[in-house]
Design a protein around this ligand. Structure first.
Ligand SMILES: Cc1cn([C@H]2C[C@H](O)[C@@H](COP(=O)(O)OP(=O)(O)O[C@H]3O[C@H](C)C(=O)[C@H](O)[C@H]3O)O2)c(=O)[nH]c1=O
Length: 182
């Protein structure tokens, strides 16, 4: 596994090392010790999957408020997505900044998203699925969301959204948001 810093401190792209032969490939998707060696103590509490039928479906931007903030490891297991992270950490030099990554089933990459960072994605192909490892259990009361088009953030979509939940278009705007203490 090769960890590469991103422009959001604490968020890493991780390249997997696949074992290839004439049958195909085999790859380790997660290793607690390897993450620990990179200074990331990630203990899996929940694993989720998101399947999206159509291209240009948007989910996000989601996180859980403290004290239920969650770290996530995201892998695109089918299709392709433009993945987005949004820094909502109090005092972060990149507070309210977004970063974007192309993830696909063929690029053998993981994205590590630390606590205090909201996550979302726009599908680029039909039948695009993401698997998420979470280090915190789901707590409905702690859900927090940011609208993709909130003027307080700099999220730029490569394509217009064709499919989004009512919940994801209804979050209140972030006006005068100072960040969550993580
Ligand atoms: C996350 C979660 C959700 N749920 C329930 C809550 C809703 O009734 C239903 C769908 O949840 P939600 O609308 O939040 O699903 P997405 O819109 O795909 O949100 C997810 O995708 C974005 C991009 C993320 O990064 C979040 O981890 C995750 O919330 O599953 C559960 O029962 N357990 C869970 O762990």
């Amino acid at each position: 596994m090769k960890f590469t810093k991103t422009d959001i401190p604490g968020c890493f792209l991780i390249e997997l090392s696949a074992f290839r032969d004439e049958r195909g490939w085999f790859s380790r998707l997660f290793c607690q010790d390897t993450f620990l060696k990179e200074g990331i103590d990630f203990q899996v509490r929940q694993i989720n999957q998101s399947m999206n039928k159509e291209r240009h479906t948007f989910r996000g931007m989601h996180m859980q408020r403290p004290p239920f903030s969650e770290g996530k490891i995201v892998r695109c297991v089918s299709g392709a997505v433009q993945d987005f992270v949004l820094d909502l950490r109090l005092g972060s030099p990149t507070l309210l900044k977004t970063s974007s990554f192309h993830l696909s089933e063929n690029d053998e990459k993981l994205l590590y998203i630390p606590k205090g960072i909201a996550h979302g994605f726009l599908t680029l192909e039909e039948s695009s699925s993401l698997t998420y490892l979470h280090d915190t259990n789901y707590v409905p009361e702690a859900e927090f969301g940011v609208r993709f088009d909130d003027p307080a953030i700099d999220l730029i979509l490569p394509y217009a959204i064709r499919n989004i939940s009512e919940k994801d278009v209804s979050y209140p705007l972030l006006s005068d948001f100072k960040g969550f203490k993580i």
